[in-house]
Structures are given as structure tokens and as C-alpha cells.
Design a protein around this ligand. Sequence first.
Ligand code: FUB
Ligand code: ZN
Length: 653
Amino acid sequence: MTQQRLALVFLAGATAALAASDWSNQGIVYLDRSPHVVLHPVPVHAVEIGKGFWYGRRAANVERSIPTMLELLEAHGIVENFQNVAAHKNAPHNGPLYTDSDLYKWMEAAAWSLQSGDNPELRRKLDSLTQVIASAQEPNGYLNTYWSGDMAPKRFTEMYRSHELYCLGHLIQAGIAYYRSTGSTSLMNIGERFASYLAADFGPDKRPLLTGHPELEMALVELYRTTGEAKYLHLAGYLLSGVETARLHLTPSQTTYLFSGLPFTSRTSLVGHAVRAMYASSGATDYYAETGDQAYGKTLETLWQDLTRRKMYITGGVGSRSEGEAFGEPYELPNDQAYGESCAAIGNMMWNFRMLQVTGEERFADVLERALYNGVNSGMSLDGTLYCYRNPLSSRGDKIRNPWYETTCCPPNLERTLAELPGMFYSTGKDGIYAHLYHNSRLSWHLEDGTGIAIEQKTNYPWDGGVELTVEPARQESFTLHLRIPAWASEVSLSVNGQAVNAPAAGSYAAISRTWKAGDRVSLRLGMKPAIMTANPLIESDYGKVAVQRGPLIFCLEQPDQSAPVGDLVFTGTREPFQEAMHDDLLGGIVELSHTGGVWDPPASAAPLYAPLPAAQAWARRPVELKFIPYYAWANRGPQAMEVWVPEAAPRK
Ligand code: FUB
Ligand code: ZN
């Protein structure tokens, strides 16, 4: 344990209800006692992220995003809402009715960030905010600044839209994060008091309850894991059981949109509000991890197939329609109109992270990584101060990044995701350890038999697919090191202490079983040949188009790098190679890909709207070089035209 962790253990001694070793050992989800999982994620503090891709993103998060977001939350009166309720001032509520959750999400981000670097000032801020929040809580545990004062009589009467339980879910998650980072239960206790009130007063034989916006389900399961109180697991099960459709007079269109209010196990496809569906699926996976209820396992698999075969963008983004922030029909994946809310891509990651722990199957890590590097990563600007709410895959140059949104759910969600990221790198399993993500980093943890282990990764991932790992068990020990071989890897080679080992196929974990000793070296090479990707022909918006993927990154054409308008460009010569160049001074340091292409000449805008085929075929196109940048980096040079899917055409004279 580092000095900093020791200091925190000491600091927390006075307030921790559970044993110190307990809280500091818990990951972003704590599965050590969960009977139906294969893997157990390591805590955030166990992985120190070294220089490289995520180092800069996470530094911007801690140095700029987290501090400026608190200033904005304060400036918009979000903290004041709690002060007003505490002071019984019947003042107008600031922000939308769910905005308590934005502060809670910010607190969760700040709390997880403490595990990668203590910050006494931030801890003091979290403590003082905790006091403000506590002072707004009612004696029976109820807490929501919107449904207070004049609105109090309407509590629990409009749960299809009230977000009372959604806000509580975020409060509990923030409290758990703070507990796991410092041992202080003060914030978690506030959430627990509210959850305890719900468990006592609501249920099948009592008052009916509905999450309306799923979120509380996963928070309750995590609260159960943290406190051992079974009533929270039962409450989560009751919410997922969706038995209150009739008592709450819910209509079919409500239960579709809300992804709540019907039995989760009756769902056969992803419909309605995308964030709600992703959070519900995450909560249901948590519930399955504790109960092993096969009906949940079956439904989760069905929904995952629906997601990955019919409804997910190549960026890992989800949610096709602006109207209702919703999933569309199968294969309805428009590029410019894409909703692709940052929160939905984060929900996709959260769900796949949980499915990975439950099953140990690599396919879930692939989706997690796809969303992380692309549809989530695009959500925050490189300097950490501007955010995307929508993440389209095509743009004519609309302004897409803003410092603040009236509905500001995405910015603190992105912040908490970056803060907790080290907790997604490794898991332990009964026979050894699993590496899911690659980056310069050092793991300091232990195997499940208690043997200490450190793993040093040296790599330039995701720019380069070479990863050198040095394994340092505390004593010579037989176990299996499972290394993820992503499905995208164009070639794979593997050696241990210089001796080649049979590498498994892409899309699996390489299981290296041996007696390990300190200093053993593993060399992994993942081919990152740029791939020209095509879409299922049923995706109308991508028909006749190609996208470019290299390693985990999806690329795009952005206007500043092109010699002609992006909308006039076509991809040609699919057998020709890409040129790859690392530019340290472009967009924070990226690999840029160049490929042959064509441009309409004269420009397409000069062509008639419709023309007979021979006339169109005679339309000239001159060769041009296309320059691709990673998708996540777009819109960092102001609003710009951009395309992920580029029309593909045979070369013409
Ligand atoms: O409703 C609360 C949050 O605001 C949702 O998660 C987002 O999709 C946005 O609607
Ligand atoms: Zn959002």
C-alpha cells in the first residue's frame, strides 16, 4: 500500500463502519462475495496509470474538468438548491428536476479521483458538500431538492418522470465511491437512510414504486454489496420485477420509453430512452451477479445481441433518435442525426464491464473498449472544459461542444468515467489474473490466494500494439495470466521470456499458465493494421460507405485536414495501403492515416439534384489524399464538418 493510501486508511479510522481492509479493497463494483461472477475487478488505486494516452486525458480531468464543473454547478445554483431546502426557504428551484444527480455525479468523480492522487482540498470540499446535502435530508430519509417545499405533497405521485429514485441512485453511488476512497461513510449514510425508508415503506404489499429512470437498481445492489443488508438487494429485485404496471396505471408507451415498469425479464429488445435502457441492463446484470436468476441471464444475452447486431454505432455509441433520446428500429443508425448521448455510451461501458465480470468473456471487453476509446472519449474536449451531449458520426459543422448544458448529465458522467478508469484494467479470477486494457501502467495488487503481485505494462497503446509486461509475484507461484486479445487484432504474437508461445485467436484471452517468478517478461504484439470497415447492408445510412478502424480507434475525416469539402470526398483504392504518421503536435498527439480518395470536380453541390445514370457516370472525380484523424479528437478545432462513414467508389479518370 502506498504512503498516500496508508494516510487515508488512518484518516478514515474514526468514521469507517466496516473494517479498513474492506473499503480499500473494493473496486468500482465490488464482487468479491458475489456468487455468480467469474471475475473480481481490482480497486482503482491498484493501477497507477503511467504516461501515455489516458494520462493526459485524466490529468485534464483532475486539473480542469472536475474543478471547473464544480464552479459551474455552484454558479447555476445546484448547491444552493440544497441550502434552500435545508433553510426551509421556499425559493425557486434552480435547474431541471433531476439536477441533484449532477452534483452527486460530480462528487462521485471527485471521490474516485482521490484514489489516483490524494487532494486534501478536494476532500474538504466533498466533506462540506456532504454536510450541505445532509442538512437538506428529512428525518424520514427523503431527499430531493425539487420535490421539496411546495412540491412536497406530490412526492411519489409522478414517478414516471420525477427522477426521485434516479437522483438517489447517483447519491448512493457517490457515497460508495467516497467510502471506497477514504473510508468515510458520511455521504453513503445519507443515501442509505433514504434507501432504508424506501425499503420500509414501499413494495408489493405496501406503496408502489417505480424508478422511471433506471439507475437506482445498480446503486442498490452495490449498497447491498457494501453493507451486507439484503433489503437493498430485495428492493432492487422488486424494482426490476416491474410488477407495478397496473397499480401505477402505466401505459405501454411509458413502459417502452422508461425501460422500467415492466418485468425486466420480459424485455426482448432495446427500446425507448437509451440511457435508461443501458442503466437498467447494468442494474439487471448486478442483480444477476448476486442471484444467478437464469431468467435475467437469458434476457441480458438477448438484449446484448440486439445491441451489438442491430443497434450500436461503430463508435460504441447508442441511441439513434433525438426524439426521446431513444433507440430506433433495428439498423436505424443515422450518422448526422445520431443522438449517441455521452451518458448512453457510458451506460454501454458500464453494462459491458459488468457482463465481463460475470462471464469472463472477451466479447464484452471489446464493446467496453470500443465505447471507451470512441463514443465516450469523444464526449470531452482535449482540454477537458467542453463536452458533447450528442456524439454524431457526421456533421456539417454544427457546434457540438459546450462547457455547460441545462441538462448537464453528461459532463460529470464523463468525469467519473475517467476517474474510475484504472479500476477497469484488471480483474482477478480463481486461477489468476486478467488484463483487459493496455496502457503504460503498474498494477500493485494480489492474487486470490493472497500472494502479492505487481504487473508493469510498457506500451504506446493505442498508437502501437506492442505491450511488454513484467510480472512480479511476491513469491514464485503457479497461476494463469489471461491477456486480452481484442477481436480487432490483425495479427497476434506472444512470447514469455523471449520464447514464443502459441497465441490464441483474436477475440479471446490468452491464458498463460506457468510458475511465475519476479521479472518474468511477456511480450504481446497486437497487429494494428488499419481496417476498412463496412456496415451491414441493412444500415441504410452507411450503405456504399466505409469507415476506418485502427486498433481500438475509429477514424474520421475532419475538414481542417482535407483539401476539399468533406462532403465531396470519396474513398477509393480499397486495396491500397494507408500511410501512418504520428504527429505529436496535432490534437494532443495522434496517429494520422492517409489514403487515396477522390473529390467531385466540379463539386457535388454544382451537380443537378437528379441525373440519368450515364450523365452521372461521366461526372469527373480527381484523385486526392484523404487524411483521417481519430474520431474522439474531432471538434477540437472549433465546429467542423466531419464524416466517419465515407462513400466508397472505384477510381475514375
Ligand atoms: O433524465 C436524466 C438524464 O438527462 C438522462 O439520463 C439523459 O438522457 C438526459 O435526458
Ligand atoms: Zn447525458
